[in-house]
Design a protein around this ligand. Structure first.
Ligand SMILES: Cc1cc2nc3c(=O)[nH]c(=O)nc-3n(C[C@H](O)[C@H](O)[C@H](O)COP(=O)(O)OP(=O)(O)OC[C@H]3O[C@@H](n4cnc5c(N)ncnc54)[C@H](O)[C@@H]3O)c2cc1C
Length: 467
């Protein structure tokens, strides 16, 4: 794709649109905006300018300018993405939403919140909790990522088994569309059959179809009774094998998370804390909610019996903070081991997950890969991290990672799966998206992008390329 460079004339117009303090071309200040959480420098790209918007009107003015002068606009939340979605691969500007960070309303009677896109996910969770309410979205990066980024990527996380992913938490969004108009999509309704569901089209579109400038999200009464069970299994197969049985039992867990033994030991080292069963155990963490203590006890007993039947060597009630600190430290622990990591986010139907795990382990052996595995097991979503050892040349490692990917994705698509369960395609996986997606489905996606963004201004080169 060819775009016009950001000239002094364009910079002046950008400054007029958002105010001089909200535009920078200082390389030191722009550097953090050249990457997301993908640490491999091969994926980093400097923007020509970083622009901070404070209102939807400013976002609209910037996008109109981009159409007039033909430069790319890359929307950015907190930059915690793992697919290089917020990286300006064709230059142009990064448009940061970090200053639009107000919770505009929390309605305790009608159970909703109205938020700007730069609200930190944990701030919304805390604000809801302070009123005895609950926001169900819970990506592991919740302490740093933004609601706008969560909506743009349809973030999943830890409670999707019971509450669904971010798209299930959203009533409506206000967006700036790719031609620079402010549009309201969706409504605060439990149901509607009123034309195309455009808010859901924008959710998960990774900043390619609209810039989210406001959203109304669902809140729930805070569950009063909850507990976390930690089931420790001697083998990965036993642990993943128990997931289907747990889901079929009729108890709807909030989450079912898996960590393999080497990952548990990696986290243990990172946190400097002894973790239960870390010598040889593989974890299932199962969180359940109840309507009162007895209800919770009954569920815990039933889950204990079921996990034991499936080979758990121990099942115990876990310390909530400790076990979730361990689960959420997965990405940082891996990063402490190696800065160059290939992160897969594959997803299959839950009943196919034992087969997928076996295939992952087989391929890792075949290609001599060092892996760390954690998964949102109740969603069929496995995070496979492949570490580059210091003493292995990059090219050699990258070649084996690619061979592994080819076999892995062929397997996944043959078993009804997809490339990404929650991190998205971004720039990082777009070649695989082209290769593995049904051509007719891909053609429909591209037709939508071309129709809504005729100048290919919004986040170009993400998900797929437009010819
Ligand atoms: C330690 C760690 C743990 C993680 N755990 C999870 C997890 O459990 N579940 C999960 O799903 N993800 C997880 N992630 C990935 C990441 O946090 C999510 O994808 C998150 O939703 C990204 O939000 P962000 O604000 O950082 O967005 P960014 O990284 O800034 O952007 C992500 C994408 O969204 C677009 N975008 C951002 N804001 C907007 C906007 N307002 N309008 C339009 N487009 C926008 C960007 O262009 C980009 O394509 C994790 C990441 C890390 C580092």
């Amino acid at each position: 794709m060819r775009y016009e460079p950001i000239t002094p004339e364009i910079l002046k117009k950008l400054q007029a649109a958002v105010g001089p303090k909200n535009v920078t071309t200082d390389p030191d200040k722009m550097q953090p905006y050249s990457h997301d959480e993908v640490t491999d420098p091969a994926y980093h790209h400097m923007p020509e300018a970083v622009v901070f918007a404070e209102t939807a009107e400013q976002v609209a003015a910037v996008v109109q300018l981009a159409n007039d002068y033909h430069f790319p606009v890359v929307p950015r939340g907190a930059g915690t993405g793992l697919a290089c979605g917020a990286v300006p691969i064709y230059g142009g500007i990064v448009l940061s939403l970090e200053k639009m960070n107000r919770i505009l309303e929390i309605n305790e009677d009608a159970l909703y919140a109205v938020v700007e896109p730069g609200v930190r996910t944990s701030d919304l969770q805390d604000a809801a909790e302070a009123k005895g309410l609950f926001y169900a979205g819970d990506p592991c990066s919740g302490d740093s990522c933004f609601i706008g980024g969560n909506i743009a990527t349809n973030a999943g996380g830890n409670r999707a088994v019971k509450y669904g992913t971010t798209r299930h938490q959203v009533y409506d969004v206000e967006i700036v569309n790719p031609t620079g108009r402010i549009v309201q999509l969706g409504a605060r309704l439990q149901k509607q059959s009123t034309g195309y569901c455009l808010e859901q089209l924008v959710i998960g579109s990774e900043g390619t179809l609209g810039i989210i400038t406001k959203a109304t999200v669902k809140l729930l009464p805070k569950p009063k009774y909850a507990l976390d069970l930690l089931a420790v299994f001697d083998s990965p197969e036993q642990a993943i094998g128990a997931v289907g049985a747990i889901l079929k039992q009729g108890i709807v867990p909030t989450c079912v998370e898996y960590m393999d033994n080497i990952t548990i030991r990696s986290v243990e080292k990172y946190l400097h804390e002894k973790l239960q069963g870390s010598d040889s155990g593989n974890y299932l963490i199962v969180e359940v909610e109840g309507i009162h203590d007895d209800d919770l006890d009954d569920k815990a007993v039933a889950l204990d019996e079921l996990c034991t039947q499936h080979g758990a060597s121990s099942v115990l009630v876990a310390d909530h903070n400790k076990i979730w600190q361990a689960r959420k430290a997965f990405a940082e622990a891996v990063r402490a081991e190696s800065l160059i990591v290939s992160k897969e986010d594959v997803v299959v139907p839950v009943d196919q997950e034992p087969l997928l795990l076996a295939e992952i382990l087989r391929l890792a052996g075949k290609y001599g890969l060092i892996t760390r595995i954690a998964s949102h097991a109740g969603d069929g979503n496995i995070h496979l991290n492949i570490l580059k050892p210091d003493d292995t040349p990059y090219e050699d490692w990258a070649r084996r990672v690619e061979q592994n990917q080819q076999e892995l994705y062929a397997f996944i698509y043959a078993h009804g799966g997809r490339l990404s369960g929650e991190h998205g395609i971004g720039f990082k996986r777009k070649h695989l998206m082209e290769e593995f997606t049904n051509p007719d489905e891909l053609a429909m996606m591209k037709a939508i992008k071309k129709a809504l963004d005729p100048n290919n201004i919004l986040n170009p080169g993400k998900i797929f390329d437009i010819e």
